[in-house]
Design a protein around this ligand. Sequence first.
Ligand SMILES: Cc1cc2nc3c(=O)[nH]c(=O)nc-3n(C[C@H](O)[C@H](O)[C@H](O)COP(=O)(O)O)c2cc1C
Length: 200
Amino acid sequence: MSKPKIGIIVGTTRAGRFSEKPAAWIAEVAKARDDMDVEIVDLRDYPMPFFDEPASPAWAPSKNEVAQRWQKKIAELDGYIIVAAEYNHAPTAVLKNALDYAYNEWSNKPVAFVGYGGTGGARAVEQLRLIAVELQMAPTRTGVHIMWPVMVAVKDEGKNLADFDFLQQGAKDMLDQLSWWAHALKTARDADAQKKSQAA
Ligand SMILES: Cc1cc2nc3c(=O)[nH]c(=O)nc-3n(C[C@H](O)[C@H](O)[C@H](O)COP(=O)(O)O)c2cc1C
């Protein structure tokens, strides 16, 4: 079986954002493995309006061209790592909007989370897990949580995320789970597609 393609979704877009650092770090950790291919998917490259379609993309095709491009990218991927900030104890609006702008493209695929913030983004990540279930995704048990002192060390003191052994271990555990689910669900989706093509 070909390796699953995992998209690392950068969940903030503001100037000066921190999200680029955890996204680049988890991409390097994942690239060092031989069980997945990864690419960074930056929400800045998909500037969608606040959701403005006649219906959920679960029921009707989107008219917005950026949304169509976004859906195509999400469809190409076999799993996701969402790099999640916490804004007022919740996921960022730009990320929630992007999640709302696809449906079938997310379904039956796994998602893992790298959170960061005062509580390592834990509150936002827990909300994202609930959203993921509604999108028929499989969220991994283990996430990586980058706490504030680590963010300060990286932002202001010249440290790298790779310097922190507990983050490297957390990333390994999370990626092991993501890989298992990505392979299992890809096998299941391929079997479904084969059944459908035989029935046609
Ligand atoms: C509007 C706003 C709300 C925030 N609320 C929280 C919060 O509830 N919990 C938290 O840990 N950090 C919070 N922060 C701080 C963020 O964790 C920090 O700014 C982080 O760098 C944001 O991610 P970004 O740099 O990728 O945008 C907030 C930041 C902003 C801009």
